[in-house]
Ligand binder design. Structure first.
Ligand SMILES: Cc1ncc(COP(=O)(O)O)c(C=O)c1O
Length: 390
């Protein structure tokens, strides 16, 4: 069989760190172990039934069996704009300031190809969601990592970025509530971000995947709520987490019309938008009853309380997450992140994601997902307690 060589662009793609972890876990599953998998970010609850029913009804419409309109159904873009007005008080023009996406991940990879040339620099949070790296690599651009440190509440310190580098920087990724650190941003930080972006001609891409999941009464802020934000950037929203629709692949980019236009242009060449029935059900999710969202948020908060309380009781001094559905836990001193993740897997069959998989500054932490029942989280704490670590 002939072996065709992938393009240089594909060869530049970063290694999928977590594929290695999945391989290790599978060996334990195949050997029949009762694994508690807290390593992934896949929502465990079903999509609310009114959204599924909307898809079922829409799937029967013959008009939807034809190609959808390029750039998405106008009703979905209007729903996204109405959702932003209702949830965040943000005004958007649904035709020029909303791009429909095949999930947030697609938009996050596409935006680098839309805006970056060879040798440009993208500012990227470290630790951070690894898909930011992929688009930058495909565009043959360079990354400058912005450390997210606990002593700075996991916000980047713009003052520490060298000036020479800022001259080449075109794009900056941010993500709050944050994966993996579970931190939230605040108004002052977003104001500083708008000034910084203006000063250095940067396009800000705020990944708002966990926009519905804030704890202790702290509602996550949309970047677009900040004065001047639309002038300097976009926000990427996904239905995956808010409505348990990760398998449906629906999201949207909103904000700066020139960036929205570039994303649409790129997508015109790749796709003909999503199945219209999925678009109709997505509009139902955004505009229908939002009770399911509050229930889901409360479920994660309650799971968070069980986990963090349990870990404190067994003597593990961890910080309580303020948003997202992750907890970011400092590992005991004698371990690296990977050693600790392996130790938990080998000894008590608990899977956690080693922090170094999210970047150099993730070293010393593991990420735990709140994506299983309270009973399983309690059991995880009990298993960890048998190790006598603290
Ligand atoms: C920080 C962050 N951004 C974006 C995504 C992408 O979500 P989706 O492609 O399902 O919209 C995820 C999913 O895990 C995420 O954690």
């Amino acid at each position: 069989m002939k072996q065709f060589q992938p393009s240089d662009a594909l060869k530049r793609l970063p290694e999928q760190f977590f594929a290695k972890l999945a391989g290790k876990v599978n060996r334990y599953v195949e050997a029949g172990y009762d694994i508690i998998n807290l390593g992934q970010g896949n929502p465990d609850q079903p999509t609310p039934s009114h959204i599924i029913e909307s898809l079922q009804a829409a799937a029967k419409k013959p008009a939807y069996h034809k190609y959808p309109p390029f750039r998405g159904q106008p009703f979905l873009k209007k729903a996204a704009a109405d959702f932003y007005k209702r949830e965040f008080g943000v005004d958007l023009d649904s035709e020029t300031e909303v791009a429909v996406l095949f999930g947030g991940k697609a938009g996050l990879v596409e935006v680098s190809q839309c805006l970056l040339n060879q040798g440009d620099v993208a500012l990227v949070p470290d630790p951070g969601y690894p898909d930011y790296w992929s688009g930058v690599a495909m565009a043959e651009a360079d990354m400058h990592m912005m450390p997210l440190l606990e002593q700075n509440d996991f916000l980047p310190d713009y003052g520490s970025i060298p000036n020479a580098l800022l001259q080449k920087a075109k794009l900056m990724f941010l993500n709050y509530p944050n994966n993996p650190t579970a931190a939230q941003a605040n108004e002052a930080f977003f104001n500083e971000t708008v000034s910084f972006a203006n000063q250095h001609d940067l396009c800000v891409v705020h990944d708002f995947a966990y926009g519905a999941i804030g704890f202790d009464g702290k509602r996550p802020m949309s970047f677009l709520e900040t004065e001047g934000a639309k002038d300097v950037g976009i926000e990427i929203y996904t239905l995956s987490k808010t409505y348990n629709m990760a398998g449906w692949r629906v999201g949207f980019a909103v904000g700066n019309p020139s960036v929205v236009e570039s994303i649409n242009l790129l997508q015109d060449h790749f796709y003909v938008s999503l199945f219209s029935a999925v678009q109709e059900a997505a509009a139902e999710a955004l505009l229908g009853s939002q009770e399911c969202v509050e229930e889901l948020r409360a479920t994660y908060e309650s799971r968070r309380n069980v986990l963090i309380h349990g870990l404190h009781e067994i003597g593990w001094d961890v910080t309580s997450p303020s948003g997202s559905f992750f907890a970011w836990l400092k590992v005991p001193d004698r371990f690296t992140s990977e050693q600790f993740a392996d130790y938990l897997l080998e000894n008590v069959q608990i899977v956690v994601a080693p922090g170094n998989g999210f970047g150099e500054f993730g070293e010393g932490y593991v990420r735990v997902g709140l994506l299983t029942s309270e009973d399983r989280l309690k059991e995880a704490v009990e298993r960890i307690n048998t190790l006598d670590l603290f």
